[in-house]
Design a protein around this ligand. Structure first.
Ligand code: MEV
Length: 325
């Protein structure tokens, strides 16, 4: 394969690619309004294989090129070539769970379409994946798509070192930087309640437009910065304190859910901290287990009805797996 060295090399179809989901530790929602965020790519992937076909389909559904918002947006923005595509996508990331399933879908598909059209630099794939997700969703920040493209830990709008790229929506710019991996295991629990990111983002936008909105946004900013510093210095207690504070701010912003609160209570005896992760209003929590109590934490969350699992960061971002469909 030939092409950009830090990016996706050129290769003709058929092609397969994968991209990871994500877990937000600090700053969801506030990042949409320019505040800092810390998140990492998780070791759950979406895998995709794409080949030319007589008519387009997704997992055998011929209507998907019109009805699936992310496929439609990707084809409109990244595939001007008049070649119908047969797309197969398999994901281990629960959908509408706050774990980046749509970002992984657009990043993996973006990697394939870009490879077929001559390759792409990773920074450009990050911008393009955001454009596609935003095109389908109408609102949001580039945090999720950048994590899926970059892999590992990243910050948005924090610090001044290790800039990976900037992503813009034409009005606002977000700076994406590499952050260090403290080497910790996290536990995630999905409540089983799917939610719409766009609805939750709009609801928080309305909340932040109230008279005390700027003050609330400033609190989000301060907590995220404290959390980012604590993770960088591998300070578990500082990280746990910032996680709990960030969750309280998300409650104040109106995006927790009784099931998330139940899960947080269930994890507590085996956890240093828990918070909702992603858009909330359902979706998932992320927990920092007491070291050595990871399995107990998973058991407690599963007993409380959560789809619970331990996660480690995925080192890889979106990339081609192999040629072949
Ligand atoms: C969703 O995973 C994270 C939000 O901050 C929205 C976004 O940043 O696009 C709620």
């Amino acid at each position: 394969m030939s092409g950009p060295s830090d990016g996706i090399a050129a290769h003709p179809l058929p092609l397969s690619a994968r991209a990871p989901g994500k877990c937000i530790l600090f700053g969801e929602h506030a990042v949409v309004h320019g505040a800092p965020e810390l998140l990492f790519a998780i070791d759950l992937d979406t895998q995709m294989s794409v080949r030319p076909a007589e008519s387009s389909s997704l997992n055998g559904d011929p209507a998907a090129a019109v009805t699936h918002p992310y496929l439609r947006a990707a084809l409109e923005r990244c595939w001007t070539a008049d070649v119908p595509l047969h797309v197969r996508a398999v994901s281990r990331i629960p959908k509408a769970a706050g774990l980046g399933s749509s970002a992984a879908f657009v990043a993996a598909l973006g990697a394939v379409l870009a490879a077929a059209r001559g390759g792409i630099a990773r920074s450009e794939l990050a911008q393009r994946s955001f454009d596609v997700e935003r095109g389908a969703q109408g609102v949001g920040s580039p945090g999720d798509t950048s994590a899926s493209v970059a892999g590992g830990y990243i910050t948005i709008n924090s610090g001044s070192a290790d800039l990976l790229w900037e992503v813009s929506d034409g009005l606002q710019r977000w700076a994406v930087r590499r952050a260090s991996d403290p080497g910790w295991t996290w536990v995630i629990a999905y409540s089983g309640i799917p939610r719409s990111t766009a609805d939750a983002v709009r609801a928080v936008g309305t909340r932040l437009a109230q008279a005390d909105g700027p003050e609330l946004l400033e609190k989000f900013r301060r907590v995220a910065e404290a959390g980012i510093r604590a993770v960088a210095s591998e300070d578990r207690i500082g990280t746990a304190t910032a996680m709990n504070e960030n969750h309280e701010l998300l409650v104040e912003a109106g995006v927790s859910h009784p099931r998330l609160e139940e899960l947080i209570r269930a994890a507590a005896p085996a956890a240093l901290a828990s918070k909702l992760t992603g858009a909330g209003a359902g979706g998932s929590i992320v927990t920092m287990p007491v070291p050595g109590k990871e399995a107990e934490c998973v058991r407690r969350l599963a007993r409380a009805g959560g789809l619970a699992f331990a996660v480690r960061p995925a080192r890889h971002g979106a990339g081609l797996l192999s040629s072949g469909g």
